[in-house]
Design a protein around this ligand. Structure first.
Ligand code: NAP
Length: 254
């Protein structure tokens, strides 16, 4: 009988792992996506979409689906689900692995202002840093609404929705916000053109560690632009690997 593994996804590592493990003779992965984007990339194999209903719902799912282990390959900033996964694994006695790519490291050539959350990023922006390139996705933009004197070029995968925490669609955002849409990988020269053509004077980014989102950081380095870098939230403790091959090795020794 194959082992059933719940793979909490939403990252490129989760997508790669599901594709690599498809047709594995001893392991069946069930990918789980939160359902934030309307057209997510569908990994190979079984998958489900939508929240579980907190730790209690996740525990029920693990039991009902006869899950043998949990792999948390969510984005480094998806903190609630990671902590829920840690609690549910502990309470059910199931093994749990976290895959988390390394954070970007500041070099001498970088001009980073490091903060711990979007609200702190919004507070520390200064008027001379406007227009600001805001690259934190669409769900946590509300923190920047108070900065009415700044203009923001905001990039997200898809337009803001009334169901988002800020509760407004694109048309309902104030005029100092303009929106562009795209999903990486982003190319260095395209990022350079975009940043230059909009006269961007600062970038707000999460330290996702993603290679596909790194070009804007390299452009900031080249142009000596400040980057308001939002550091990662504290992850749950437990076994963590940084790559898909390491996760496969962990799964195969279960
Ligand atoms: P979050 O704050 O940690 O999670 C909020 C709630 O969404 C969770 O409590 C859970 O609902 C549900 N959820 C999250 N990930 C899920 C998954 N893989 N499968 C099923 N339910 C899930 O997460 P988030 O920051 O909103 O991110 C949502 C998803 O987008 C994550 O899967 C993450 O990998 C991906 N993502 C996040 C970011 C980011 O910057 N945060 C960036 C890129 C991709 P219940 O409590 O009802 O179970």
């Amino acid at each position: 009988m194959k082992k059933n593994i719940l793979l909490l996804g939403g990252s490129s590592e989760a997508f790669e792992l599901a594709n690599e493990m498809h047709n594995h003779p001893e392991i069946k992965l069930i990918s789980s996506l939160a359902g934030r984007t309307s057209l997510p990339r569908k990994p190979k194999g079984s998958f489900r979409v939508g929240g579980f209903g907190g730790v209690t719902g996740l525990l029920a799912y693990l039991r009902d689906q006869n899950i043998d282990a949990l792999v948390d390959a969510t984005h480094p900033f998806a903190n609630t689900i990671s902590h829920n996964a840690a609690k549910a694994a502990e309470q059910s006695g199931l093994p749990r692995l976290r895959i988390c790519r390394p954070a970007w490291k500041k070099t001498k050539a970088d001009n980073w202002i490091e903060v711990s959350n979007p609200a702190a990023a919004a507070q520390c922006l200064t008027p001379d840093q406007s227009p600001v390139f805001l690259t934190i996705g669409r769900l946590e933009l509300a923190a920047f609404l108070t900065r009415t004197e700044l203009t923001f070029l905001t990039r997200a995968i898809e337009p803001p929705k009334t169901t988002d925490p800020a509760g407004r669609s694109e048309e309902a955002w104030p005029e100092n916000f303009s929106f562009i849409y795209g999903k990486g990988p982003f190319d260095f020269n395209e990022e350079l053109n975009l940043i230059r053509s909009h006269g961007i004077r600062a970038i707000v980014s999460k330290n996702s560690g993603s290679t596909v989102a790194f070009a804007k950081i390299e452009v900031a380095r080249k142009l000596n632009l400040p980057v308001i870098m939002i550091n990662r939230p504290k992850p749950p403790s437990g076994i963590t690997v940084s790559s898909v091959p390491e996760a496969i090795a962990w799964l195969e020794q279960l």
